[in-house]
Each structure stands twice: as C-alpha cells, then as structure tokens.
Write a protein that binds this ligand. Structure first.
Ligand SMILES: [Zn+2]
Ligand SMILES: [Zn+2]
Length: 366
C-alpha cells in the first residue's frame, strides 16, 4: 500500500515551486511515515530550488518539521504510531568512527529512508536533507524521528529540526558559551537569533547582536541581545571592543558565512576566545588571515554543523525549556501559511522580512 498526498516540489533549477501529488510508500524496515503538522521554510529549501545544493531534481522540499508517526516499518523500536516527533537530519548510525569514539553529534553516516517517495508518474523525488516535509505525509528513517513532549505546538517544535537548533547549538554546543561569558553574534536572521537566544539560555552576560538591518537588530533584542551594532554604520570590531573593556568577546559567532564577516568575528574575540562559523559560505568564498594572529590569539576557530546537536539529547531538552517559558520558540514564528504560500515565503525570507514562515497542515493547529 502507499499514500497519495500533496507536497511542494522544485521540479527544475530556479523554477517556482509547485504543489504536486506525491506517492509515499508504506514504511519498510527501519522506516517511519510521519503525518506532518507544521514545517518551517528555511534558506536551505531555497538553495535546493536554485540548484545550489546539487542537481538531483525534482526535490521534495521542507525539513523543519513536527508531526505524528502514522506508520512504522519492521524492526522500528525507537518510535511507535501516535508518537509526537520532531524530524532531524542527524539520525546517528552508532557505527561510524565518530559514533564509535563516543561523539555521535558528529556522526558521519546518518540514516535516511531507503525507499523513495515519487511523483504520480513514478519519478523519484530527492527529499530536502533526507526529510521532505512540505507534504501531508513523509517517509523517513525512524532515527530521524525524535520524540518530544506533545504539549509543544508543532509550529514551534518543528523549528528545532534545523535553523533554530543550528543557532542554539552554535552557542551552547560548539561555542561552549557559559555563565557570564561575552558573546557577539554576526547576522540576526533565524540562525543568528537562535544563537542569541541560546547564549541567553546558557547565562551569557553580554550578548552583542551585529547586523546591517535595524529591523533585525530589534528582533535580536527580543531574543536576548544586550547590545546591538549596525555594522553598516559602525565598525563592529571597534564597537564590540568598546563594549567589552577593550578586549573583545569570549565567543564570536558568524551566522552569515561571508569572508568579511568571518574576519570581523575573528578580530572581535578576546585572547583565547572562540570563533564559531555557522553561516553557510558560498562555494567560491576564501579567507585570508594573518597566521601569526591565528597563533598568537590562541583559542579556537570552530565550525558548527547543525549546531553539533544530538537530537535525542537536545530536542527534548529545548522543548522542556520552551514549555517552562524559558526559551521562546514561538518568537521565531513570524507567520503561519499554507502549502500554496511557500513560493511567496521564499520572497519574504530573501527580503529579510520574516524570521520563519511556517506551513501548517489542516487540523494541526493546537
Ligand atoms: Zn555515526
Ligand atoms: Zn534548514
């Protein structure tokens, strides 16, 4: 048996996305079918549509999602029908060299469903980040399902599946932000704002938001920034030093991924500080840094992939903090939309008008 549902598909490079009929097979061994309740619109979906990730069109887009497991395949023990889950793109394998070293948050061999979802004519779809959740149902590997408290709204919970986790994790996992630390976050979109919220959660003392857009700096204040710097008007390195006794910050997070911004982050950190790159660079980008400064400043230059998260550890923890009112996931939801509004949401995201547009599926509103 299989299911026939509607889904948002990028059929060819650069073309506007369309709603297509998707055939979702019954789950095979190790797989699960999830009834998607909400799915956020992420920059990565747009990158897929633009052919910026790979050429394996058509793509079934959407990957920041929460929903309910509606069927499981043979041998699935981590989730059962009816479980409320957030989907992840780090289904740890337990066997690769990262996992066997006890560092599963770096897993190099994460699992996706073995079967393919298809268009009605049988054309195989490439699900975005192995998920494909702009659809009423999606087929994933059961390890991609992380159970969380069903009291959490799907619009908020789903965001943990990608951008918010990347930002929070860049601060608390990769950057190791701790109580009293000073932090600067460059770029105050969804990921940067999540890094700010994560820094606040971790107890950072000074949190400096840097952006070229005053509207985004206002959002950042709402997430926990104690100071803001408009880097179109002011040299951010000087401004950050002025705010930290002349020294720079303990942790500088680049949520843009542009060489000039990375250089600012590098120069804005204190001796023995940490730079975290979480913004995704353009493939052509290169950086040039004085090697003596790299050596002489000590500390660490780190990259954060998916916030170095371990979904089974981090998703339920962040959902609990959300339900306790200590982590405002709802603040990331700028608007809720329907499947047919995804293309318009790309435009708003590209223009910087929204933090997150979230597709809500019928009957899912809580
Ligand atoms: Zn692994
Ligand atoms: Zn994403």
């Amino acid at each position: 048996m299989s299911y026939e549902v509607k889904g948002v598909v990028a059929l060819s490079k650069g073309a506007p996305v369309t709603i297509e009929t998707i055939i979702v097979p019954d789950p095979g061994p190790g797989e699960a079918v999830v009834d998607v309740q909400a799915c956020g619109v992420c920059h990565t979906d747009l990158h897929y549509r633009e052919g910026g990730i790979n050429d394996e069109f058509p793509f079934l887009l959407g990957h920041e999602a929460a929903g309910v497991v509606s069927a499981v395949g043979e041998g699935v023990t981590n989730v059962a029908v009816g479980d409320y889950v957030v989907l992840n793109w780090r289904a740890v394998c337990g066997e690769c060299r990262a996992c066997t070293k006890g560092k599963p948050w770096y897993c190099f061999n994460t699992h996706n469903a073995a079967q393919k979802m298809t268009l009605a004519d049988g054309t195989e779809l490439s699900p975005a980040l192995g998920i494909g959740a702009f659809a009423e149902k999606t087929l994933v590997h059961s390890g991609q399902c992380t159970k969380v408290d069903p009291a959490a709204k799907p619009t908020a919970a789903g965001l943990l599946g990608c951008g918010v986790m990347a930002g929070v994790g860049a601060a608390i996992n990769t950057g190791g932000v701790g109580r009293g630390d000073s932090v600067a976050v460059f770029g105050c979109g969804g990921v940067g704002d999540a890094a700010i919220a994560g820094s606040r959660l971790a107890g950072a003392g000074t949190i400096i938001a840097v952006d070229i857009d005053d509207k985004k700096l206002e959002w950042a204040k709402g997430m926990g920034a104690t100071h803001t710097v408009n880097s179109a008007e002011t040299d951010p390195v000087e401004a950050i030093k002025a705010l930290t006794g002349g020294f720079g910050v303990d942790v500088a997070i680049d949520a843009v991924g542009h060489p000039a911004v990375y250089e600012q982050a590098f120069n804005a950190r204190d001796l023995a500080g940490t730079v975290v790159l979480v913004g995704v660079p353009n493939p052509a980008s290169k950086i040039e840094l004085p090697l003596l400064e790299v050596f002489g400043r000590g500390g660490a230059l780190k990259s954060s992939w998916y916030g170095d998260c371990l979904p089974s550890r981090d998703f339920p923890m962040l959902i609990d903090l959300y339900l306790q009112g200590r982590f405002d996931l709802d603040a990331f939801v700028s608007e809720t939309i329907g499947l047919e509004d995804v293309e318009a949401a790309f435009d708003k995201m590209h223009a910087g008008d929204v933090l997150r547009s979230v597709v809500v599926f019928e009957g899912a509103e809580k």
